[in-house]
Design a protein around this ligand. Structure first.
Ligand SMILES: Nc1ncnc2c1ncn2[C@@H]1O[C@H](COP(=O)(O)OP(=O)(O)OP(=O)(O)O)[C@@H](O)[C@H]1O
Ligand SMILES: [Mg+2]
Length: 339
């Protein structure tokens, strides 16, 4: 179990003046800038859960993960990972966690991948038998065989990321922290990473904490999300609930039979709805209609369009979690700081 209680991290940096004069002035009098990166963070994560940790750039996600990994010491508060305080017992904690920082590899740049794995096997004291079983499992999952003998620096981003995920799992950790594990990956590799993560969670009941800017990843893997804004938690709950509560806007996309079919069509007037509940965008021979599903029926929108012009095709979409989170940040949902 992961327990985070009133966790805070403040970074202190020194302001630098510009140019030589600024640098010289800085030697005598340095102005301290404080950045409160994580503020009074509280959450509990049970064994085997997969939780999405979401926030804009600079929100404090990596800082939280670094404190939970033992890389950073909190300014105040505490976190306990299965009863271990990570920054006091780094070694003990390292045995039970796996970490992938998508932005940076933890593998040895010049060594063939297989040798990196061998070193990690020794560091974590994994037996030959366990290593073999795990390597086979990960090879099936992530297809490592093709590049296992290549030096890490020669791997493509997708290969490197799969290698990093496998490396983080060599010691079969109970907890896996994934900080942007799919950044920059193409659709195919991303899908195999996501499947790998899901299978690992299923097979070993590994607890997974995932940060990403790709909310589709989160939707595919996690039932629960924690959203943070400027270091503070603003939502902790199920994706389903946040969608039910805030995802009331739906979208109908209609392909029209002719390019000028939408000419003269004013849906807001026809359906007597204001632009908060109904917004129409015309793009060539397509219409994109966003509407409040609690106030307007899709059928009413479609019949108004059909009366005006023949249509070819229709797609109806729920609001993506992306849109909801965007609205939360811009304050439209009123979720804001009160949670
Ligand atoms: N070592 C450091 N020294 C000073 N400030 C730092 C340090 N590390 C992080 N920060 C600051 O703390 C804040 C939170 O950073 P953090 O890396 O945790 O954000 P993040 O949510 O992971 O963002 P991103 O999505 O861009 O990765 C930022 O304002 C960042 O500039
Ligand atoms: Mg980060």
């Amino acid at each position: 179990m992961i327990q985070v209680e009133n966790l805070n991290k403040t970074f202190k940096t020194y302001k630098r003046g510009t140019g030589l004069a600024g640098a010289i002035k800085g030697i005598f009098k340095r102005e301290i800038i404080e950045k409160h990166a994580v503020k009074n963070m509280n959450f509990t994560i049970q064994d085997g859960e997969m939780v999405g940790y979401i926030g804009a750039n600079g929100a404090g996600k990596s800082t939280t993960i670094k404190m939970m990994s033992g890389i950073l010491v909190p300014t105040s508060g505490k976190c306990e990972i299965n009863g271990v305080i990570p920054y006091l017992n780094r070694k003990e904690n390292a045995k039970q966690i796996g970490v992938v920082f998508g932005q940076r590899t933890q593998l040895w740049w010049d060594l063939p991948l297989v040798e990196s794995f061998g070193i990690l096997k020794e560091i974590y004291e994994v037996s030959d038998k366990d290593y073999k079983v795990r390597y086979e499992f990960m090879n099936d999952l992530l297809g490592l065989k093709d590049f296992i003998s290549s030096p890490v620096r020669t791997l493509s981003l997708g290969q490197r990321m799969r290698a990093d995920l496998a490396a983080s799992l060599i010691h079969n950790p109970k907890i896996l922290y994934l900080d942007e594990p799919t950044i920059g990956l193409d659709i195919m590799v991303k899908a195999s990473m996501l499947k790998g993560i899901r299978d690992i969670n299923n097979e070993f009941k590994t607890t997974v904490i995932l940060t990403t800017h790709d909310l589709q990843d989160i939707e595919e893997l996690c039932k629960r999300i924690i959203i943070i804004d400027q270091g503070e938690k603003i939502y902790d709950g199920s994706i389903k609930e946040i969608k039910n509560t805030y995802g009331y806007m739906k979208n109908i996309s209609v392909d029209l039979a002719s390019l000028d079919g939408a000419g003269g069509l004013d849906l807001n007037t026809v359906l007597q709805k204001n632009t908060t509940d109904l917004q129409v965008e015309i793009c060539g021979a397509s219409l994109s209609v966003s509407y409040n599903k609690n106030k307007i029926q899709s059928g009413d929108i479609l019949s108004a369009i059909i009366k005006h012009t023949p249509i070819l095709d229709v797609t109806i979409k729920e609001t993506a979690i992306e849109e909801i989170v965007k609205n939360i940040y811009s304050g439209k949902t009123g979720l804001g700081k009160q949670l």
